[in-house]
Design a protein around this ligand. Structure first.
Ligand SMILES: Nc1ncnc2c1ncn2[C@@H]1O[C@H](COP(=O)(O)OP(=O)(O)O)[C@@H](O)[C@H]1O
Ligand SMILES: [Mg+2]
Length: 329
């Protein structure tokens, strides 16, 4: 079983063909790019592979920290299974080149795209497809310059920072301006494409943004579209999920809703969901931050000694003071 053990030791090793002599590779005998081969008649235990790649820990974390999102979680599991099998195939010498791993996460703001991208980076790191597994999140402004000659260095600098991890390009469609072919965004797109086309790079690009705009962007940039292996759609959260997300956030911060506040919270979300600039879980987070401000003001204003319960519990008035309940009707 030495083959399996050696394989485990190779997990998480950098795959980039020794780009800038990273410290630690003094031993010499390890081939960082390749997984240890096994004999044609070997048997690889999938459970062993899952453990070695830390896959279940990452998936468990995804489940625990994100409420709902079942279709997304299912897709992530499917991709993880595909890559786990790809790893095993590599060891039998079956896999060809590195699979295309670039992805597109579409959905409204606050639907969990960035959070899932962070987990995806960890997952790809555990499976050995990325040497570092960090996430660099950027928008057009980080990639595109204002003047001639500024865009290429900016984009390349970002790519350098992202090497070994995931480059998350939020609202990637802003890189392309339909009305202006000479827009500097085009230059950035071309540099990104070169890196994406070369599957040997130790980098995964994930584009994020609204579905309709992303579709328009892809139809104008078919080269980009053809480099994306996985499209994952993040639906808006139903009220029940938003409520549960809020409870999870509160629990993480050491707060809770009083029984009466629980009903008000649902009503708050029903109303907030129909208002402008609603941003799913991000709006939940913001609403709870304001509720905590009101709570603090309220308990201090009482001018009495405070027990644990008063410090922990949000009451209906902490939510009802919101503009959501006064505006409109
Ligand atoms: N399903 C969820 N369960 C719990 N928290 C969530 C969920 N979706 C998003 N959040 C939280 O909401 C905030 C916004 O999420 P984010 O991933 O930045 O969304 P997006 O990138 O789609 O705008 C983050 O603080 C994130 O942790
Ligand atoms: Mg985001």
């Amino acid at each position: 079983m030495t083959g399996v053990d050696a394989g485990r030791a190779a997990f998480g090793m950098p795959r980039s063909p020794g780009a800038t002599g990273d410290a630690g590779s003094a031993g010499g005998s390890d081939e960082p790019a390749a997984l240890s081969p096994v004999a044609p008649d070997a048997r690889l235990d999938p459970e062993e592979e899952r453990r070695a790649s830390n896959l279940d820990a990452v998936l468990a974390r995804l489940d625990a920290e994100l409420v709902g999102l079942l279709p997304v979680k299912t897709r992530i599991r499917e991709i993880a299974a595909l890559l786990l099998v790809d790893r095993m195939r590599q060891r039998f010498g079956l896999a060809g080149q590195r699979p295309t791993l670039h992805m597109c996460f579409t959905g409204s703001p606050g639907t969990g795209k960035t959070t899932v991208a962070v987990r995806m980076a960890e997952l790809l790191h555990g499976l050995g497809y990325l040497s570092r597994g960090h996430l660099v999140a950027v928008t057009r402004d980080d990639l595109v310059g204002q003047y001639v000659g500024h865009t290429a260095p900016k984009t390349k600098e970002v790519l350098k920072r992202a090497m070994g991890g995931v480059l998350f390009v939020d609202e990637a469609y802003y890189l392309y301006r339909v009305d202006n072919e000479r827009d500097y965004g085009q230059e950035s797109i071309e540099i990104l494409l070169q890196v994406m086309e070369n599957n040997r790079e130790d980098l995964v690009v994930i584009g994020g943004g609204y579905k309709d705009r992303m579709d328009t962007f892809f139809s104008a940039n078919p080269g980009m579209s053809s480099r994306i292996a996985h499209h994952i759609d993040f639906p808006d959260y139903p009220v029940e999920d938003l409520a549960a997300i809020g409870r999870l956030m509160l629990a993480q911060a050491g707060y809770e809703l009083s029984p009466d506040a629980g009903g008000v919270w649902i009503e708050y979300l029903r109303r907030r969901r129909d208002q402008p600039r609603f941003a799913n879980a991000r709006s939940v987070r913001n609403a709870l931050e304001r509720a905590r401000l009101r709570h603090a003001g309220r308990v201090l204003a009482a001018g009495v000694p405070l027990g644990r319960e008063e410090l922990v519990r949000l009451e209906p008035e902490d939510l009802l003071a919101s503009r959501v309940f006064s505006a409109g009707d």
